[in-house]
Unconditional design. Structure first.
Length: 266
């Protein structure tokens, strides 16, 4: 991608302390400006199949997304990127749905999705379900995605407060998922990117366990080392019981002028 900022990424996934399988899947490539995270669900090992299918298919043939970041100073085709992502997600949704209905081993499988595509000075997010994207900017942690879940619907209707939601027994009931129905409704959003932003893509194994303030504290404390920050987030979630698989992708933006300053022309 033609990026206005440098990108650094770190991706980790962990089985946790309770589950027999890791049904999360992650993909991150700073050179392509792409981060993808999926949290699978359904049946013995079926969630793992759905998540891996989704991530691997979306990461294929990336030249099309690269082509949409136009060269020679032309503005990137943001809507073109969204349309391409929408088509890709729909195709994988159909593939997972058909497999789930043709093989009893995969009955009922599906997966959440959260992904980010960095295009020049802009971030395009796509998500389905309750995997999330956060942004830490100048010490402020902001949730950029809105969960597609029964719990979020109750919060929106005023039936339950966000504080009460942390202890709800229906935290894991999503209202949208990839592969569960013949068609999927993905949500897309766009955000301006600034230098020294940190973006966190995570599964509910993290955000259901740690409070946003705790996540922000770890990201600020380890802002200079994304790998250590990712390791610390997962370790802290496991220290709280590790009830679910835990996956994180961290992305940090840097100033391209620093490259020029550090490598002066001879």
């Amino acid at each position: 991608m033609d990026l206005a900022y440098t990108l650094e990424m770190s991706a980790l996934t962990d089985i946790g302390l309770v589950r027999e399988h890791n049904e999360d899947a992650v993909f991150a490539d700073a050179g392509l400006g792409l981060a993808i995270l999926a949290d699978g669900m359904g049946g013995y090992n079926a969630g793992e199949v759905a998540a891996e299918m989704l991530v691997s298919r979306l990461a294929e043939n990336l030249d099309e997304l690269q082509r949409l970041s136009l060269p020679n100073g032309s503005p990137p085709d943001r809507l073109g990127v969204v349309r391409e992502l929408e088509v890709r997600i729909a195709l994988v949704n159909e593939e997972i749905y058909q497999l789930a209905h043709s093989d009893v081993r995969y009955t009922g499988m599906g997966t959440t999705l959260v992904m980010g595509v960095f295009v020049h000075d802009f971030l395009i997010t796509a998500h389905v379900g309750d995997s999330r994207c956060y942004r830490l900017r100048q010490g402020d942690l902001t949730l950029l995605t809105r969960d597609h879940s029964l719990l979020q619907t109750q919060i929106d209707c005023g039936l339950i407060t966000p504080e009460e939601a942390r202890f709800s027994s229906i935290r894991n009931l999503v209202t949208r998922a990839v592969g569960v129905e013949s068609m999927v409704e993905s949500e897309f959003n766009g955000y301006d990117v600034a230098c020294n932003d940190i973006y966190l893509f995570c599964s509910d194994g993290l955000h259901d366990t740690l409070m946003d303030s705790e996540i922000a504290h770890i990201l600020e404390a380890q802002a200079g080392d994304l790998h250590t920050a990712a390791v610390t987030l997962i370790a802290e979630a496991n220290a709280r019981g590790g009830q679910d698989n835990i996956s994180v992708i961290l992305v940090r933006t840097g100033d391209r002028s620093d490259i020029k300053n550090n490598h002066p022309a001879s």
